[in-house]
Design a protein around this ligand. Structure first.
Ligand code: FEO
Length: 165
């Protein structure tokens, strides 16, 4: 079954959103690096790479289904932040938006009786639970850390221990 035009359009939009996520986290990573938070910069840099992988998963799926990938412009991400709390709160809010977008995409596939796309999107639904959980934990941790430079240093070290995968 070929991709329905509506589903293809929504999938292309999701590719753009994942690439924007990648760009946003790279911008956040750059800010952290400039501000002396190398651990956070590493965490966000890895997150940025993951987002590109998400975009590519959908990109390849569109092709596998005989569809057309159409790339659009990527919005300019925010490049300046007040502090780490503001930055990671934005990560959490952004992930919630992505989850809503994946849900909407799933509904589009459901209405089109496109079971293959629904199955593919189940991976993303599970992934979004993980993404929101991780961001939530970081925001909670930052609330405990407060603004003491020593605690922020330890927090930064902790984020820098993120391993691939
Ligand atoms: Fe690709 Fe963080 O969602």
């Amino acid at each position: 079954m070929k991709l329905e035009a509506k589903v293809q359009k929504a999938m292309n939009e999701q590719v753009n959103k994942e690439l924007y996520s990648s760009y946003l986290y790279l911008s956040m990573s750059a800010w952290c690096e400039s501000e002396g938070y190398p651990g956070c910069a590493k965490w966000l840099g890895m997150q940025s790479s993951e987002e590109r992988e998400h975009a590519m998963k959908i990109y390849h799926f569109i092709h596998e289904r005989g569809g057309r990938v159409e790339l659009a412009g990527i919005d300019t991400p925010k490049s300046d932040f007040k502090d780490l709390t503001q930055l990671f709160t934005m990560v959490l809010e952004h992930e919630r938006k992505v989850s809503a977008s994946i849900t909407a995409l799933y509904e589009t596939a459901m209405k089109a009786n496109d079971y293959a796309t629904q199955i593919m999107l189940q991976w993303f639904i599970t992934e979004q639970v993980e993404e929101e959980k991780n961001a939530n934990e970081i925001v909670d941790l930052l609330k405990k850390v407060g603004e003491s430079p020593v605690s922020l240093l330890m927090f930064d070290r902790q984020l820098g221990t993120r391993a691939a995968g």
